[in-house]
Design a protein around this ligand. Structure first.
Ligand SMILES: [Zn+2]
Length: 124
């Protein structure tokens, strides 16, 4: 007698859905491109194309690299969808600008602290 199996039904992964193929239970793509990431995957598919995404995924050495690579692919797709001119570079530019603004603010705070310390030493 066969033991009772718990069947976990999941939606087809984003890659199989895009390729219009059956997503098998042991589909490796489902780990990295689950159904919940369909929108992001479609953006990446438009940018790279599924054959290129598959080739890129084969270049990863282990599970950790594959996971990071899949996240990177999905983020690139999103970046180019949101900003078709600058893509991920636009995000980096914005982050650099935010860092520069925070550095200016931090420098101002350091100057204020220095001034307060100077006043305290002088007993003012
Ligand atoms: Zn699949």
């Amino acid at each position: 007698m066969e033991g009772q199996r718990i069947s976990v039904n999941r939606a087809p992964c984003a890659m199989c859905t895009t390729k219009n193929k059956v997503c098998r239970r042991n589909c490796k793509s489902a780990l990295y491109f689950p159904a919940e990431k369909q929108r992001e995957y479609e953006s990446a598919h438009e940018l790279f194309g599924t054959p290129t995404i598959m080739r890129m995924m084969r270049s990863a050495d282990d599970e950790e690299e594959m996971s990071m690579l899949a996240s990177s692919i999905l983020m690139e797709g999103e970046a180019w969808t949101k900003d078709p001119v600058k893509g991920a570079f636009g995000i980096i530019q914005k982050l650099k600008w935010k860092i520069a603004m925070r550095k200016i603010y931090l420098d101002e705070l350091h100057e204020k602290i220095k001034a307060v310390r100077k006043e305290t030493k002088l007993g003012l």
